[in-house]
Design a protein around this ligand. Structure first.
Ligand SMILES: [Zn+2]
Length: 351
């Protein structure tokens, strides 16, 4: 089960690697969704004696049900029903499927992640979709100023069309923690460590010491350009260093294939380089032009294979906004503006 190489992904691309349930270590699995694009998120499973932990659900209930169809038989064979769920952060592609889990499953996330979940229900996206369609149509009017930005937002909303947000009432976690929390899953220890704000305000990771596996949520995008909605980037770099210091044998990121320490290092080096470039360019630089120049430069070579380079636009904007003590919180209007500009950049990069 799951998407295999060569098949169509949820977003309609050709899968470049195998998805589905992947054994990562002893009684430890990842659920992988190729190609790790928008909403093509991963999850995890840790099975103990008579208890099991799920790490994240997916963006809609159809995708989450498909995952559970693979996960539940594994739990049944081990006589270890799902007892716990940890959501790594507050973005919908990691928790909108929570409602499918039984009432007996206890759900936990960091306190800022829970706060984000309360303000970003699926209905937020169902409201956005028709607006995006209209803007996409407006973007085709010849000579309209900023038409490429309108088309950018239209493209984003058409990607949302691959998911089913209508009628979902996901369960917000009933437990939260500030810095750390230790779960005991049928004799196995899982440490939840808060490492945000970075990708979002509420990022946390799960460390499974007996298997030496980290479930990093969206602190690791593997072979995919990460997107930084919160920042500052220094916190993200520190989070990657913390993962590296644990010396794991595998790191399951929120998007892309199962990775390891080398992938964390590659991402950390990308962030260090990008921060330097943004600070050198200064606050008055045209962000779109700067992003395009950086992506086309030879210095970008180590990260050339990562899908979605246009996300660099958002990352530049968030580095500028947070580098000198600015807030990690981002408003909806600013987020939409950045999504539109990102679409415009993607169009330029295709030329
Ligand atoms: Zn995600």
């Amino acid at each position: 089960m799951g998407t295999r190489i060569g098949e169509r992904t949820t977003l309609g691309d050709v899968a470049e690697f195998d998805g589905g349930l992947v054994a990562v270590a002893d009684r430890t699995w990842a659920w992988i969704q190729p190609n790790g694009g928008l909403g093509e998120s991963n999850a995890g499973l840790v099975v103990g004696e008579g208890a099991a932990l799920l790490i994240d659900t997916l963006w809609d209930e159809r995708l989450t049900a498909a995952m559970l169809e693979a996960v539940v038989p594994v739990c049944e064979r081990a006589r270890a029903p799902l007892t716990d769920l940890f959501n790594t952060h507050g973005d919908g592609d990691h928790w909108y499927g929570n409602g499918l889990l039984g009432a007996g499953v206890e759900i936990v996330a960091s306190a800022p992640a829970v706060a984000q979940m309360r303000t970003e229900p699926p209905s937020m996206l169902t409201r956005l979709a028709p607006v995006g369609t209209l803007l996409g149509i407006a973007g085709r009017i010849p000579g309209l100023p900023g038409a490429d930005h309108f088309r950018g937002l239209g493209g984003f909303s058409s990607m949302l069309g691959a998911y089913e947000f209508g009628g979902i009432e996901p369960r917000v976690p009933e437990h939260s923690f500030d810095r750390e929390r230790t779960l005991e899953i049928g004799g196995r220890t899982v440490e939840l460590l808060f490492v945000g704000p970075a990708h979002t305000t509420g990022d946390a990771i799960a460390w499974v010491p007996d298997a030496r596996v980290v479930f990093a949520g969206d602190i690791l995008f593997n072979d995919v350009m990460p997107i930084m909605w919160a920042g500052p980037v220094g916190t993200w770099i520190a989070a990657l260093e913390r993962i590296e210091a644990l010396d794991p044998v595998a790191v399951v990121g929120g998007h892309g294939p199962v990775g390891g320490v080398a992938d964390c290092v590659a991402l950390r080096e990308h962030w260090t380089w990008l921060r330097e470039q943004v600070l050198t360019a200064g606050p008055d630089a045209d962000r779109l032009a700067l992003a395009e120049r950086l992506i086309r430069s030879s210095e970008f070579e180590p990260w050339r294979g990562w899908r979605g380079p246009e996300r660099t636009l958002v990352n530049i904007a968030r580095i500028e906004a947070t580098e000198h003590g600015g807030s990690s919180e981002i408003g909806t209007a600013e987020r939409l503006k950045l999504i539109a500009a990102m679409g415009a950049l993607a169009e330029r990069l295709r030329r």
